[in-house]
Structure formats: structure tokens, C-alpha cells
Design a binder for this molecule. Structure first.
Ligand SMILES: [Zn+2]
Length: 414
């Protein structure tokens, strides 16, 4: 297997480990009943830090196809809180940047059109770019023009030559999932009109570290981003970061605003220098900051294991909710199997009846909870715990409790 230890942005040798989570199968490689008799392929799940540009990145060792599956695509429209976020984003951007019926709004990673449908409502012309076939089809069914490709320099040039330059590009929750971050960012400086703006939303590395959100680490998630790193990488690829906001999504994200470096129609906000300074004050430009993370991760694992083993000793039954990447990283790193958590339920029909990769926890429909009445329900997606708890509020009928494991093990009542 090919390995490389050079930074994806600057090529500097990567000598510092941020966290080593052992080995895990790709988080979307759900196991069918027939495959239970077969072996699974595990890859190292190790995250390194570049001490030149501070890009935190998974170790490189495979083609992206291994980690990219169209079969289990996440449909953004299934989350109500996510839809509300998208609608609010569109309204805010339309007002701030005066988007009209003669503007062009583009979304990269447009998924099933969960966001562009609100752009359509405002009658602002738009199109999406989405490489996953199943979600691209769903997007077209909403009447949204959708280009089924990966974004980068090449696609940006073709779109620009076709007269499809953008006034506003939304690239939300995609920057961290891109293997070639230079090619991806350079694409925006090509596709933006002279006065165009691109916004990137991504989970903030400072929050990942301070709240020990190690379960947001998985192979498909190539980069863990600070403003320090994004500002530098954007600048190297023809973009100028002119504003930044902290937002609540995914456990604490940044929304970064960038424009073409050769145009710069918008003034530089103080928000940028203030956040860069806060990151430096936190130590994000020092090796020590990153080197300390592994110990915090072990502490969380040990606390969760003690809790689950104690529950077992007390005769309590435990189920889990949310068969997605967070749960997979958590289960595989902690070494939890079905003796401690009996099953996990998930809304997605494509996952039901299958098994979690590695841990092989059976995936059930949500109504399994009503049938089996578990004493404890561990919610893997802690970032939407209130939404999940509201959906499952009936578990109070048999005095069950909800549990989250991050930033520390914590029970709460419905
Ligand atoms: Zn670097």
C-alpha cells in the first residue's frame, strides 16, 4: 500500500501525529448479512499535523474511491434542523450580497437540493455541483440544474467558459472532505465573478480539540481545519479571506467568506484578525497544542467503557441511535461490540438490516426501541441530541435515559 507523509497543501514532511485511532474500515462500508462470513478491510486511522502550514490531515494511503460510496449517501433533506440552517443561510446571503433575478448562485456539494430549493424560492438563478448520483437525481427532481462531478480547477474552467460564473458560491461542509484541497480552492478563484463571494462552512478544529470531538474523525474526512490553515491555503490559491463567523452547526463551525484575491471588492473585517489571534493564543501554531490531544481521547474512551460495563453489571440494556460515521469511529476506537450495545437504529432504509462496519452492530428501524424498551439509549450524533431526544421522547414511558459520550459520558432524561 502506498503511503505518503507529505502535507497535502505545502508538501512539507509530516512528522507530528495529532491522533492515532488505530485501524477502522471505511465508515460507509456497511456489512450485509451475507458478508458477515467475510473479512473486512481495515485502514489505519491516523491524523497528522503539518508544522509548516498547520493543516491537520488524515494519513494518505488510498484512492478516494475506496472511501466514496454512492450507495449510502446522506440525504441532507432528512434533517429538519439542517433544513432550517440552509434556509436561514440563503436568506442571509441574499440580503447581504444583494442577490437578484440576474445573479448566479452556485452550490458545491449541493446534495439533494436541500439548500438550492430556497434559492429557487427567491427566484435567484442557481445550479448545483454534486458527484453522488443518488442525491444528484433527487436534486434534479426538485427542478435544480445539477452537474454530477467533483469540483476543482478543471470543472471551474469549463463552467466559466460556458458563461456560468458565480456571484455567490456556497461550499458548506465539503472543504474537509476534499483530498486535493489546493485544486479544490483554486477552482473558486476561477468560477467567481470579479465581485463574487464564496462561503465555506466547516467544523472548527479549535472546537474539535477543546471538546474532544474525536468521533468526527474518519477516513472520508481528510482535513480538520483552523482559520490559520484555511487563510493560508486560500491565499495560496488565489482567494482572499475577508470575513469569518462562528456558527453552531456540527458542534461548532466556522463560516469563512472569501473573494478573488485579484479583485477584493469587499473590505477586510476585523473578525478575521481577531479569530486568527484567538487561535494563536490557544496554541494552534505550536506543536504542543496538537501533541496533547491523544491523551484526552483515551480519557473519553476509558470513561465510556467504564459506563457501559457498569450498565452491563447492573443488568441495564443499552441501544444506540444513529448508524453514521461518528458512531463507527467511536465504536471501532473503543472496541465496543454487541455485548455492550445491543443494536443501533437509524432512519435510513438503506442501512436497516445491515451491520455497522467493524463493530458489526445490527442496524434496526427506529421502532425497534419501542419494541425492546432499552434502559439506556446512546445518541451517537451528540450535535443533534436535542432533535433526536425529541423524536424519541416516548422512551420516558419506561423511564429510559439518553446518553451521550462526548465531550464526556452524560445521562439525561427525555
Ligand atoms: Zn503544510
Amino acid at each position: 500500500m502506498m503511503t505518503t507523509s507529505n502535507c497535502r497543501h505545502c508538501g512539507h514532511n509530516l512528522s507530528l501525529t495529532f491522533v492515532d485511532l488505530g485501524t477502522a474500515p471505511p465508515s460507509n462500508s456497511y456489512v450485509t448479512a451475507e458478508q458477515l462470513a467475510e473479512p473486512e478491510t481495515y485502514f489505519p486511522l491516523r491524523v497528522l499535523v503539518c508544522d509548516e502550514c498547520w493543516l491537520v490531515q488524515t494519513q494518505d494511503f488510498a484512492e478516494r474511491d475506496v472511501f466514496f460510496s454512492a450507495d449510502y449517501a446522506y440525504f441532507s433533506s432528512t434533517s429538519k434542523s439542517w433544513l432550517a440552517h440552509a434556509q436561514s443561510y440563503v436568506e442571509t446571503m441574499a440580503e447581504r450580497f444583494d442577490l437578484t433575478t440576474s445573479s448566479c448562485f452556485v452550490e458545491v456539494a449541493s446534495n439533494d437540493g436541500y439548500l438550492l430549493q430556497y434559492v429557487q424560492e427567491l427566484k435567484v438563478p442557481c445550479y448545483g455541483i454534486e458527484p453522488t448520483h443518488s442525491t444528484a437525481v433527487a436534486s434534479r427532481e426538485k427542478g435544480i440544474e445539477t452537474h454530477e462531478e467533483f469540483f476543482g480547477r478543471d470543472l471551474a474552467k469549463r463552467l466559466r467558459n460556458a458563461g456560468k460564473s458565480a456571484d455567490l458560491i456556497a461550499a458548506n461542509n465539503v472543504l474537509a472532505h476534499v483530498p486535493d484541497i489546493n485544486d479544490f480552492l483554486a477552482g473558486f478563484s476561477i468560477l467567481l465573478k470579479d465581485t463574487g463571494v464564496v462561503t465555506f462552512e466547516f467544523p472548527h478544529l479549535m472546537r474539535l480539540v477543546s471538546e474532544c470531538q474525536f468521533d468526527t474523525i474518519y477516513h472520508e474526512h481528510y482535513s480538520y481545519l483552523s482559520l490559520l490553515a484555511v487563510d493560508r491555503i486560500a491565499t495560496a490559491n488565489g482567494l482572499h479571506v475577508f470575513d469569518v463567523e462562528e456558527i453552531g452547526t456540527h458542534g461548532g463551525s466556522l463560516r469563512v467568506y472569501a473573494q478573488r484575491a485579484d479583485q477584493q471588492p469587499y473590505p477586510l473585517s476585523d473578525n478575521v484578525s481577531m479569530l486568527l489571534q484567538r487561535e494563536r493564543d490557544a496554541g494552534m501554531a505550536t506543536r504542543e497544542y496538537y501533541a496533547a490531544f491523544q491523551t484526552s481521547v483515551y480519557d473519553i474512551r476509558n470513561g465510556a467503557m467504564r459506563y457501559l460495563m457498569d450498565a452491563k453489571d447492573r443488568g441495564l440494556s443499552v441501544a444506540a441511535y444513529g448508524a453514521a460515521a461518528k458512531g463507527n469511529t467511536f465504536m471501532n476506537f473503543c472496541g465496543i461490540r454487541s455485548d455492550l450495545i445491543e443494536y443501533v437504529c437509524d432512519m435510513a432504509p438503506a442501512k436497516q438490516g445491515k451491520y455497522m462496519p467493524g463493530s458489526r452492530l445490527p442496524i434496526e428501524r427506529p421502532n425497534k426501541i419501542e419494541e425492546t424498551k432499552p434502559d439506556r439509549i446512546l445518541i451517537f450524533p451528540w450535535n443533534i441530541k436535542n432533535e433526536v431526544a425529541a423524536q424519541l421522547s416516548y422512551v420516558g414511558d419506561w423511564d429510559a435515559k439518553f446518553v451521550i459520550a462526548i465531550p464526556q459520558i452524560e445521562e439525561f432524561s427525555p
